[in-house]
Design a protein. Structure first.
Length: 146
C-alpha cells in the first residue's frame, strides 16, 4: 500500500492530468512521476530506459510525451544537440521558467531554477531588441569535469 505522502503525490499527478483534459493512464503518471523525481529534463530515449520496468513501449511513451506537452503539463526543449528533452512545465512557484546548463564534457543537464538571467542594453544603445525570452541555455564544464 502506498505511503500517505506518495498517495498524495499520485493524487496530485492524477488531478493535473485530468485538469489538462487528458485521461489518467499508467504511462502518463509514470512520465510525470519520473520527471518530478529527477528534476532535470529527460529525452525520450532516457525515459524509455528509465521506465522500461513498467513495460511501456517507446511509441506509447512518445505519444504521451507529445500529449502531455500539448496539454501544457510539459515543456519540450532543445539544448543544442537536436535531441528534444522534456521537463515539467512551471506550474508551481518552486519551479518557474529557468535557464539550463549543459556540461560540454560529460553532457549532464542541470536546471538552474535558482538563477535569474536579465539582459540589459549595452551602454550607449537606445533599447534592447529582445522582447520576451522563452529559453536560455548555458554551456560550459560542470564542477565535476572542471
Amino acid at each position: 500500500m502506498p505511503r500517505p505522502k506518495a498517495r498524495a503525490s499520485l493524487d496530485l499527478l492524477r488531478d493535473a492530468i485530468r485538469e489538462a483534459g487528458l485521461r489518467v493512464t499508467g504511462p502518463r503518471i509514470a512520465v510525470l512521476e519520473h520527471l518530478h523525481g529527477t528534476g532535470t529534463p529527460s529525452s525520450h530515449g532516457e525515459l524509455v530506459e528509465a521506465l522500461a520496468h513498467h513495460g511501456f513501449d517507446a511509441a506509447t511513451l512518445y505519444r504521451n510525451l507529445i500529449d502531455l506537452t500539448r496539454a501544457g503539463l510539459l515543456n519540450r526543449i532543445n539544448l543544442g544537440d537536436n535531441v528534444w528533452r522534456f521537463e515539467l512545465r512551471a506550474r508551481e512557484a518552486h519551479h518557474p521558467e529557468h535557464p539550463h546548463f549543459v556540461c560540454t564534457q560529460c553532457g549532464e543537464v542541470t536546471c538552474l531554477s535558482t538563477v535569474r538571467v536579465k539582459l540589459t542594453p549595452a551602454p550607449g544603445s537606445n533599447k534592447s531588441v529582445v522582447g520576451n525570452i522563452s529559453e536560455i541555455l548555458i554551456k560550459g564544464q560542470c564542477a565535476r569535469c572542471a
